[in-house]
Design a protein around this ligand. Structure first.
Ligand SMILES: O=C(O)CCC(=O)C(=O)O
Length: 291
């Protein structure tokens, strides 16, 4: 399949090549975004009646971090950093935003393939996640056949934990851990850090932060080194929606559910929570093995 180059401007294509990201300013309207914010509000209110497909990580970044079903989350969990996982599995409004007819052709162009959502994360606060490559967790079978979109569900400021990244870091040769892949081996992080710090210094790369406006969409390359800045004012929310995509071509046995002509999503099981019975193999490993 060949994808036409009709959706991105010359500057945006240049930014993808040079910096490893594309910014789509004011891409979604206030109305589009408010639908998502209202949906999240409604899910929290009605959570006790929700099914097992609603999985949340609560108290993220603290000693009390845990993964559980949203139905079992205590009300105060919403006042601290959390990740509401994979709403695309059940919510059409999320699918339409993350891989609907407006965004899917752009993702397809960047991936040169049929974009397929593999996971989504709704944040209400900054993630404060350490700098990382997404290929630590979701390496695509074919290198560079994965991208992520970040949709601003409200404005970002210096205080509420903006997204941060090193433009140009996607050109750094991917670090291979001892298993010969980019998949993270935690005890080898010190060696990785030595490698990446040296690369960043030699290339003169400088971290930038993205002060987003509600409705902006930022798309990054799977090898862009990025993370979440510390939240300076803990009372401030920073609502955002992050989605990671593979291509259908990389998973020929999968039959993604189409959201529009140009994109779809993996119709897969929700994430396991502690206590679940099914075998101790993650959905991603199952998919990578082709079953
Ligand atoms: O939104 C953020 O702060 C970072 C999210 C992120 O790094 C990710 O989901 O890969």
């Amino acid at each position: 399949m060949t994808f036409i180059n009709a959706h991105l401007s010359t500057e945006q294509k240049q930014s993808w090549e040079d910096n490893g990201y594309v910014l789509l300013k004011n891409f979604y309207s206030n109305k589009d975004i408010e639908q998502i914010n209202q949906l999240v509000d409604q899910l929290w209110v009605e959570r006790e009646g929700l099914g097992p497909e609603y999985v949340v990580d609560i108290f993220v970044g603290s000693d009390n971090e845990q993964r559980l079903r949203l139905a079992e989350a205590p009300a105060d969990a919403r006042e601290h950093p959390y990740k509401l996982n994979d709403l695309f599995l059940s919510q059409q409004k999320i699918r339409e935003l993350v891989v609907g007819e407006r965004l899917a052709p752009i993702l397809g162009q960047l991936l040169n393939g049929f974009p397929m959502v593999c996971n989504s994360l709704n944040f209400e606060y900054g993630s404060q996640q350490a700098y990382h490559f997404d290929t630590f967790y979701m390496p695509s079978p074919t290198p560079n056949k994965m991208v992520a979109s970040w949709i601003a569900l409200e404005d970002t400021t210096e205080d509420n934990g903006p997204l941060t990244y090193f433009p140009g870091s996607h050109k750094i040769r991917p670090y291979l851990f001892s298993k010969g892949t980019t998949h993270i081996v935690y005890k080898e992080l010190p060696a990785f850090e030595e490698y990446i710090n040296k690369e960043i210094e030699q290339r003169g790369l400088k971290a930038e932060t993205f002060l987003a406006e509600k409705g902006d969409v930022f798309i990054w390359h799977s090898q862009l080194f990025h993370g979440g800045s510390p939240i300076k004012d803990k009372s401030k929310t920073r609502k955002s929606l992050v989605t990671h995509y593979f291509t259908n071509e990389d998973f020929p046995k999968l039959n993604p559910t189409k959201v529009c002509e140009d994109g779809g999503y993996m119709n897969r099981k929700p994430q396991r929570v502690p206590g679940d019975e099914f075998p101790p193999i993650t959905w991603l490993k199952r998919i990578l093995k082709g079953n």
